[in-house]
Ligand binder design. Structure first.
Ligand SMILES: Cc1ncc(COP(=O)(O)O)c(C=O)c1O
Length: 358
């Protein structure tokens, strides 16, 4: 049976909402009327293989050749197109765990054979290159990670990425790095891992960290041959992009410092509240990070699913069950939407921890 759905996405769309919604992963909406220099929009334009000025702006921001840029509907479609171009059913893929659920679902839909590479909480959710070296085989086509890691927001530093690239290169495999959260490193933002070698393929978007998810501005960085193959595959599905969305995406990229600063203020306010929460709570623990919009909390006692159900019922507060990431004793909370809501959500989470976890 071909896998054709995502339990996580269905849950996110139908059950994640609550008055105090901690089940988010991205920054709250950026209002269109706060975007300066709005372009005169057009419905149709020259965008057969992406709107050239948008591709150019994405390429310039990352110091990448525009021939290596493929635009896509969000990071989800970017991931799917990259996977489907590189893989055939039965190909082996090493995939980090805990994992963002949609990556698992897309790979299962393609029919890849998934080999988990465990990030361990005790090691700060770091990638273990020795374990990857043991797991890789001549049949491995791809290693897939997220950076920052979703759900923990842990940053994989460049030397580890270089080691990963070396392992892949020696085995004739590629590395796909989903960098949708990387720009949440607000100081000394790491460069894209695409610069680390031809075995790297990168996906990302404007959807999570800037509050402009509705534009669905995503992209893939791949070597020109592979990029051309991705464009050709995309012809089957999306043919062309939505031109006015591409124009607006370009306007966002041209004003990125403003959009990013607004997001940063909210995320940093929330992170201070999160630090106070983690200092005072002994019923949960988390690997603390300097950056990122999510935090992955381990519930030290009790069942996380049952805890989250009663949290919602008693306190109108939601968080993402860790089972969606393959870590059922955890829950993921999100920063960056609304600081009053976040603080009140954490206050309610504290109350519930006190009352319901013995
Ligand atoms: C690691 C990761 N990749 C991709 C996505 C999907 O992003 P998009 O909304 O751009 O499709 C998400 C969304 O939460 C994510 O966390």
């Amino acid at each position: 049976m071909i896998h054709k759905h995502s339990d996580y996405m269905h849950w996110a769309k139908t059950q994640s909402r609550a008055r105090y919604n901690l089940a988010t992963s991205g920054v709250g909406p950026f209002p269109l009327d706060e975007l300066p220099d709005l372009p005169a929009l057009e419905i149709n334009g020259d965008n057969s293989y992406g709107y050239p000025p948008l591709k150019q702006a994405i390429a310039e921001k990352h110091g990448v050749d525009p021939d290596c840029v493929v635009t896509a509907f969000g990071t989800s479609m970017a991931n799917y197109l990259a996977f489907a171009t590189m893989l055939a059913p039965g190909d082996e893929v090493l995939l980090e765990r805990p994992t963002y659920g949609l990556i698992v679902d897309a790979l299962r839909y393609i029919g890849a054979t998934l080999i988990p590479i465990q990030r361990r909480r005790e090691s700060g959710w770091a990638l273990d290159l020795d374990e990857i070296l043991l797991a890789i085989t001549p049949k491995t086509k791809l290693i897939v990670i997220t950076n920052l890691h979703n759900p923990s927001s842990v940053l994989t530093p460049e030397p580890v990425l270089e080691g990963l690239g070396e392992i892949a290169r020696e085995s004739g495999a590629r590395v796909l790095v989903d960098e949708v959260y990387l720009d949440a490193v607000y100081e000394n933002t790491p460069r894209t891992s695409f610069h680390l070698g031809p075995e790297f393929v990168v996906t990302s978007s404007l959807t999570k960290l800037y509050g402009v998810s509705g534009l669905r501005c995503g992209w893939i960085f791949a070597q020109p041959d592979l990029a051309r193959a991705v464009w050709r595959l995309n012809d089957l599905f999306a043919a062309t992009h939505v031109f006015p969305a591409e124009m607006l995406s370009l306007a966002v990229l041209q004003n990125l410092p403003l959009v990013r600063d607004r997001a940063r203020r909210i995320v940093e306010t929330d992170r201070e509240v999160l630090a106070e929460f983690l200092d005072r709570e002994s019923a949960v623990d988390a690997v603390r990070t300097d950056w990122g919009t999510t935090s992955f909390l381990r519930l030290l006692r009790g069942n996380a699913d049952a805890f989250l159900e009663t949290l919602r019922a008693a306190h109108d507060t939601s968080a993402v069950p860790g089972r969606f990431f393959g870590a059922p004793d955890h829950l993921r909370i999100g920063m960056g939407v609304n600081s009053d809501m976040f603080a009140e959500g954490l206050r309610r989470l504290s109350l519930h921890l006190r009352n319901h976890v013995q």
